[in-house]
Design a protein around this ligand. Structure first.
Ligand code: FES
Length: 162
């Protein structure tokens, strides 16, 4: 069930847009922040509020890699393997993350701490190879910086055993 706070946020966001449907992506982001993923209820609510069919909201979710319809890990590692990152070892960085976490593309560790995705350009090409963990960017990655980052996040979540 969507919280009252989220519904108030929806009202405030929609009021900022002359064309209501332009608010779909920010509404989805707020809904995802609250539940950890975009729920069916959120899709219905957003569609109704901006005056589109639910399938149109679902299409937006499908387009943006940062939006998820299923629960993901507390830390979602999105590793770019697009051209700039690929040329600077992005593929190896993805493989290193995959091996370290024991999961593949669009998978989540059994304890729900980490998810991993291979994604298109994050707009951080100058810092290639780059990745995003939730809303934070990490650039000029090496296996060593990846190890330090993942180990640090594990320490914040001692239940993580991966
Ligand atoms: S190609 Fe990786 S951030 Fe642009």
């Amino acid at each position: 069930m969507l919280s009252d706070a989220l519904k108030q946020k929806f009202d405030a966001v929609i009021a900022r847009y002359p064309v209501k449907r332009s608010a779909i992506v920010p509404l989805l982001m707020f809904a995802q922040d609250e539940a950890g993923h975009v729920t069916e209820e959120a899709i219905q609510e957003i569609a109704q509020r901006v005056g589109v069919r639910p399938i149109e909201v679902i299409e937006d979710i499908g387009y943006y890699s940062m939006l998820h319809r299923r629960p993901i890990g507390r830390y979602n590692l999105q590793v770019c393997t697009n051209i700039s990152c690929m040329l600077r070892g992005g593929g190896a960085i993805f493989e290193h993350c995959s091996k370290k976490l024991g999961i593949g593309h669009k998978q989540t560790t059994p304890d729900g701490t980490f998810s991993l995705e291979e994604v298109e350009c994050l707009g951080a090409c100058c810092g290639a190879p780059a990745m995003q963990v939730n809303y934070d960017y990490y650039e000029n990655l090496t296996p060593e910086t990846i190890d330090a980052l993942i180990d640090g996040l594990r320490k914040k979540n001692p239940a993580s055993e991966t």
